[in-house]
Design a protein around this ligand. Sequence first.
Ligand code: ATP
Ligand code: MG
Ligand code: MG
Length: 388
Amino acid sequence: MGIKVGVLGGGQLGRMLAASASLLNVDMVILDAGESAPAKQILYPRNPSLAHIDGSFTDPVKIRELARKVDVLTVEIEHVDANVLEEIESEHVVAIHPRPSTIKIIQDKFMQKSHLRSYGCPVSEFVVVDSTVESIQRCSHSFGLPFMLKSRTLAYDGRGNFVVRDINQAEEALQALGGRPLYAEKFVSFIKEIAVMVVRTAQGDILSYPAVETIHKDNICHLVFAPLRSRDPNVAHRAQQVAEAAVKTLEGAGVFGVEMFLMEDGSIYINEIAPRPHNSGHYTIEACETSQYENHLRTILSLPLGSTALKVPSAAMLNIIGASSSIEEIDGFVSNALRIPGCTVHLYGKTECRKGRKMGHVTIVGDSDATVRMHLRPLLIALPGGGS
Ligand code: ATP
Ligand code: MG
Ligand code: MG
């Protein structure tokens, strides 16, 4: 297509974005400190001017180098230098999607929650805290125990979260969260976690994918079931409405992952939003008419959007998470997965395995929930580390 897209970040989300780009002949240049980052491995630059860049997505010099090579910049991670993106935007060098202002709001979880609350989007109670024992103890009086202490910035896979269960844990919490700016959230006793991927055009038109159920283990996304099933058949639609309304308040084009909590009484709170493709949307590659990755590209390039509808009755996504440094465990799991009908394996090309690291995922599609769950069962047992 002759269009060049620059991506800040070269992890698995960038890799799957690159796979979609290759189908549309869209050139993609990746900026990541890893010389053989997952996204760089699968796109060979068509000419030397499109060579991937080795450098950090927080390095202003490298970000500017990327901007000079491409027509559109986007992100596969929100922890980028948003200030330099704002400068580049004001210089009209390249289009940036979503807008740097959006990335800035989202990358600070306290700012993100305040933004959502100011637009009337449903979020549970939260408050900024100082990094002092007294400030944390004050939270336990207003929120009760347990409550969530969270890092405002650089969070992922729960690595910026600490559940304060006892008033005497304040010191331990401060140490665990390593001197980062903090805020606290009331503990939400949800009955389910749900997510909706929303596609936004630069003009603010909105399209959403079906609501899904997400199941976390040790704060990391473990399983996704699509579509969401619940006693109240309206929940899925309401979740889409909540997610769409939230993404409407942001600016710029892209797909957004909206994580939500479903309560016993049917009410929905937003947990957080990701301004990029999202783990809860991996299933869209095999299960929807158009994947989240392709629609992200389509929307940032102002191409017609593809249908977000499911093309199978039921799907599940299971993350392959390292249990140790043993890559052999992953290989063993994959040979099991390859025998399962309706199962597609995605490996991310990470050279080293670590406990808690996302190494790949599988998606299982089927003609019913029962079929999908039957095929999922042996894989849960075969997971690295003994499974669940
Ligand atoms: P991600 O990898 O999704 O970006 P993160 O590090 O930003 O993760 P959160 O999404 O804030 O972390 O939290 C991780 C998980 O912790 C949630 O999916 C949920 O299971 C649990 N959690 C977060 N906030 C709360 C809360 N206020 N009450 C109860 N559980 C919570
Ligand atoms: Mg997060
Ligand atoms: Mg999250």
